[in-house]
Design a protein around this ligand. Structure first.
Ligand code: NAI
Ligand code: MG
Length: 334
C-alpha cells in the first residue's frame, strides 16, 4: 500500500523549504501520498488553536510526519507546540546529524557528528512552571527517570552499532545537577557496559562546548539530556555551515516527525532566501527510517554536488541565490 505522509508546512520559511523537499521526494519517485495539516501560527489563524485535533489525528494515523518550523507566540501563555508534539507522541529520541559539505563557509571539513538528544524530559519539558503573583520569583521543575535515561542512551548505542560508529560520548553536568544529571550519567555508564565494542566517553557540558569548537573531530555520537542537546545541536550546526544545514528526526516507538533543527527564521521569511537543505536532509532521514536508503543516498549525492560546486547556493552558504534556484539545481541533478 502507498505510504501516506502527514505534512505540516509550518510558519515563516517553513512552507518554502518543505515544498522544496517534497518536489525532490517526488522527483526521485517516492510515490508518497501527502496529507496536509496545519499547526502553529497558521493553525491559530485558520482554526483558532495552535495544534488542532485533526492535525494530531493525522500524525497518529500516518505515523510519519514531515514538518516545517513552527512559531510559538512568546509570553502569551502558550506552551511550545514542538514540546507538546514530542511529549504527546512520546518521540523520545531527537537525532540530529551534522555532516560537512565542501563549499560552505564552515570553519571545518570532515565533520560527522550525531547528537542524540533526550526529547521528553528534563528542564525542557515545562513541568512545574510557577511565577509568583508579584512576578518576583519564578521556578520550574526538571525530572529525569531511570527508564527515560536508559531508553535514550540505549537508542544512541544501538544507532552507533547500526551505523558502524566507533564512539559514544555522554554529555552531562552531574557535578552540579547532582540528582538529575547524576542519574543520567549513572545510567549512561551502566548502558555503556553492554557495548564493549563501542568506545564510551563522558564529558561535562560546558567543557564539551569548548571541545566542539576547538577539536570537533574527536566526536562521533553524543548522547545527552534535553536542554543540553538543544544547545549542543545548534553549536554542531555552526560547525558545518549553520542552521540551514541541520536536520533532526524525532523518533518514538511507532511514530516519527522529521524536521529542521532551526526555527521559522522570521528575519528572512517570505524573501526566498532560506536554505532548504535542512528539511531536505530531514526528508533523507525519513527515507532511511522507511527503509528507502537508495533514494535517500541519491538525494544526498545531488545536494552534495550542488553545494560543493557552488551552483546556485543560498546566501548562508556564501552563494547569491534563493530557495527556488537552489532547489532547481538539485532537481536538475536528479
Ligand atoms: P531560527 O532558527 O528561526 O533562526 C536563527 C537564525 O538562523 C536566523 O538568523 C535565521 O535567519 C537563520 N536560519 C534559520 N534557518 C535557516 C535556513 N534554513 N536558511 C538560512 N538561514 C536560516 O531561530 P529564532 O529566530 O530564535 O526563532 C524563530 C522562531 O522559530 C521562534 O518562534 C521559535 O519559537 C521558533 N522555533 C521553532 C522550532 C521548531 O519548530 N522546531 C525550533 C526553533 C525555534
Ligand atoms: Mg533548538
Amino acid at each position: 500500500t502507498q505510504q501516506r505522509i502527514t505534512v505540516i508546512r509550518g510558519d515563516g520559511i517553513g512552507p518554502d523549504i518543505v515544498d522544496a523537499a517534497i518536489q525532490i521526494l517526488d522527483k526521485v519517485g517516492c510515490d508518497f501520498a501527502y496529507d496536509y495539516a496545519d499547526a502553529g501560527l497558521v493553525a491559530l489563524e485558520n482554526h483558532g488553536e495552535l495544534l488542532p485535533q485533526e492535525t494530531l489525528d493525522l500524525i497518529a494515523k500516518n505515523k510519519v510526519t514531515l514538518k516545517g518550523p513552527l512559531t510559538t507566540p512568546v509570553g502569551e501563555g502558550f506552551t511550545s507546540i514542538n514540546v507538546s508534539l514530542r511529549k504527546q507522541f512520546q518521540l523520545y529520541a531527537n537525532v540530529r546529524p551534522v555532516l560537512s559539505f565542501k563549499g560552505t563557509k564552515a570553519r571545518y571539513e570532515d565533520i560527522d557528528i550525531i547528537t542524540v538528544r533526550e526529547n521528553t524530559q528534563g528542564m525542557y519539558s515545562g513541568l512545574g512552571q510557577v511565577v509568583s503573583a508579584d512576578g518576583s520569583e519564578a521556578e520550574a521543575m526538571s525530572k529525569i527517570t531511570r527508564e527515560g535515561a536508559e531508553r535514550i542512551v540505549t537508542f544512541a548505542y544501538e544507532l552507533a552499532v547500526r551505523e558502524g560508529r566507533k564512539k559514544v560520548t555522554a554529555v552531562h553536568k552531574a557535578n552540579i545537577l547532582k540528582s538529575t544529571s547524576g542519574l543520567f550519567l549513572k545510567v549512561a555508564r551502566e548502558v555503556a557496559q553492554r557495548y564493549p565494542q563501542i568506545e564510551s566517553t563522558e564529558m561535562i557540558v560546558d567543557n564539551c562546548c569548548m571541545q566542539l569548537v576547538m577539536n570537533p573531530h574527536q566526536f562521533d555520537v553524543i548522547v545527552t539530556t534535553n536542554l543540553f542537546g538543544d544547545i549542543l545541536s545548534d553549536l554542531c550546526a555552526g560547525l558545518v555551515g549553520g542552521l540551514g544545514m541541520a536536520p533532526g528526526a524525532n523518533i518514538g516507538k511507532d511514530c516519527a516527525i522529521f524536521e529542521a533543527v532551526h526555527g521559522s527564521a522570521p528575519d528572512i521569511a517570505g524573501k526566498n532566501l532560506a536554505n532548504p537543505t535542512s528539511v531536505i536532509l530531514a526528508s533523507i532521514q525519513m527515507l532511511e527510517y522507511l527503509g528507502m536508503a537508495d533514494k535517500a543516498e541519491k538525494i544526498r549525492a545531488a545536494v552534495k554536488e550542488v553545494i560543493e560546486s557552488g551552483d546556485r547556493t543560498t546566501r548562508d552558504l556564501g552563494g547569491s541565490h534563493g530557495t527556488t534556484d537552489f532547489t532547481q539545481a538539485v532537481l536538475e541533478r536528479l
